[in-house]
Design a protein around this ligand. Structure first.
Ligand SMILES: Nc1ncnc2c1ncn2[C@@H]1O[C@H](COP(=O)(O)OP(=O)(O)O)[C@@H](O)[C@H]1O
Ligand SMILES: O=P(O)(O)O[C@H]1O[C@H](CO)[C@@H](O[C@H]2O[C@H](CO)[C@@H](O)[C@H](O)[C@H]2O)[C@H](O)[C@H]1O
Length: 444
């Protein structure tokens, strides 16, 4: 088949086609660089579905500056092109087309069946979680979720959602590792996984979760609450009550992570160094931060100066309102991969890092609105939201966030600095939101 790896050397026509196709994908990281070479390094065949053949294909992308990245590109092949795969076609080949298989409902159904059945193909294991799938459940076609994502998620009926990781890093993805550890906490139930191996190292290709049907995502809820507040539709108190429950859900996940994976301590000097190194990376992307760098570092050093001991554990690492779902029976936390760039993804941190992420997210939701009267109203609302979140967090964990002000502020500032770099790279017209937060923290 066209996706079989060949000995490295000249690129095949399919590899050439991937060089042009990859940079236009939302999930392609690349850092603004164009791929100059693509090499197919492995291909795991899927069970054939109807007229199509498919495979989970791993490719190595090389850049002119010598950088390399690994990606997963599930591919399908059909002899006849049909309308459902039109925009997903990657290459015309002598006997048909090769396309992005994530749009192929039947091939995705066959991938699900392989997970449910515990299939194995070469080095790739398709693993159901024990007890997750009753025997005899019928076939289920899958459709892409269709939202802007760093990865690609496929939904099966209203039952399951499979996240296929796009950019791959060696090792077990924290999304899988942490979900396996915290079954029962406020996270969607884990139903299975696809795990491969690459050059002798494990690599997680996909995770399958229970689909939270009818849930809404926290970002949509918060931005709607902000709109309703400023247009006078309501006073925002219902949302504030919901945020108390969100605080409790985040605390529940933290307590479970600490119970199951343990805690440790970190010297506050080390925290200052870790955050300063992140600042250096952010300044390289967003030079506007440079003029405040000394004052920012002073905030990072404040916990050490105050003699704080920092308790660390595994945390979410990139918690924001877009990562939480309000389901009928409460909030669920999703996407435990950490920050997209993968910086210190595996490191333990204070759980205050996640708290800070969420507090920053409330500020982002309020930051959508600009005029002076609305800002006044929103500042008051933000104070209530922060208080409600802290109350819920404290109720569930016993941690009084008011006593951790100094460390929490350092993490909030770190998150705002990260966001300035993130927005500069991805959405420059949003950069004013975190820049205003940096100024407010430094001035406050
Ligand atoms: N278990 C689930 N049930 C319903 N929707 C989900 C579930 N898990 C994730 N989602 C939705 O899928 C989308 C992408 O998920 P996410 O884990 O953030 O992917 P990515 O890593 O690509 O950013 C989000 O909009 C999220 O709300
Ligand atoms: O969801 P991802 O893991 O891809 O997270 C990245 O993208 C987020 C934006 O989608 C970014 O979040 C920032 O913008 C959000 C609003 O769109 C806001 O709620 C967050 O508070 C803010 O940090 C996240 O930082 C980035 O890692």
């Amino acid at each position: 088949m066209y996706w079989e790896p060949e000995s490295p050397g000249r690129m095949s026509p399919l590899e050439h086609a991937l060089v042009s196709w990859l940079p236009h994908r939302r999930w392609f990281a690349g850092g603004g660089r164009d791929a100059h070479r693509v090499e197919i390094v492995s291909a795991t065949e899927l069970v054939t579905a109807g007229a199509a053949r498919g495979a989970l294909v791993l490719v190595e992308v090389s850049y002119p500056d010598g950088g390399r990245e690994l990606y997963q590109v599930p591919l399908g092949h059909r002899t006849i092109q049909s309308s459902d795969i039109g925009p997903a076609v990657i290459a015309n080949v002598p006997d048909g087309v090769v396309y992005d298989a994530t749009v192929d409902a039947a091939l995705m159904g066959s991938l699900l069946a392989m997970i449910r059945g515990g299939a194995r193909s070469g080095d790739t294991a398709f693993t159901p979680e024990p007890g997750a799938w009753p025997a005899g459940a019928g076939p289920m076609p899958g459709r892409p979720l269709g939202v802007e994502q760093s990865n690609t998620s496929i939904v099966f009926g209203d039952k399951a959602i499979l996240k296929l990781f796009r950019r791959l890093a060696p090792g077990v993805n924290p999304e899988l590792e942490l979900h396996r550890a915290i079954t029962g906490a406020r996270v969607p139930r884990l139903l299975g996984a696809v795990e491969g191996s690459l050059r002798g190292e494990p690599v997680t290709l996909g995770v399958l979760h229970e689909f939270a049907a009818g849930s809404s995502d926290g970002w949509l809820m918060a931005t709607e609450a902000v709109r309703n507040l400023v247009s006078g539709v309501d006073d925002g108190t219902d949302f504030v009550a919901d945020i108390e429950l969100l605080g409790a859900a985040v605390a529940d996940v933290h307590v479970t992570l600490a119970d199951r994976l343990g805690t440790s301590t970190m010297d506050a000097e080390v925290l200052a160094d870790v955050l300063s190194a992140r600042l250096d990376r952010a300044v390289a992307v967003a030079p506007a931060l440079a003029r405040d760098a000394d004052r920012i570092r002073a905030v990072y050093r404040a916990p050490a100066a105050a003699g704080e001991k920092i308790v660390t554990q595994r945390v979410h690492g990139d918690l924001h309102l877009g990562q939480v779902l309000r389901a009928s029976d409460g909030w669920l936390l999703t996407d435990f991969e950490g920050e997209p760039a993968g910086e210190d993804r595996m490191a333990a941190h204070s759980p205050l890092r996640d708290v800070a992420g969420m507090l920053r997210s409330f500020d982002y939701a309020a930051g959508q609105v600009g005029d002076a009267w609305s800002r006044y109203q929103l500042e008051r609302w933000l104070a209530q939201v922060r208080l409600a979140f802290s109350a819920g967090y404290g109720r569930e964990s016993g941690v009084d966030l008011a006593r951790s002000r100094c460390v929490l502020t350092a993490y909030e500032l770190d998150k705002a600095v990260y966001e300035v770099a993130y927005e500069t790279r991805n959405r420059p017209s949003w950069a004013h939101i975190p820049l205003r937060a940096v100024a407010a923290i430094l001035g406050g």
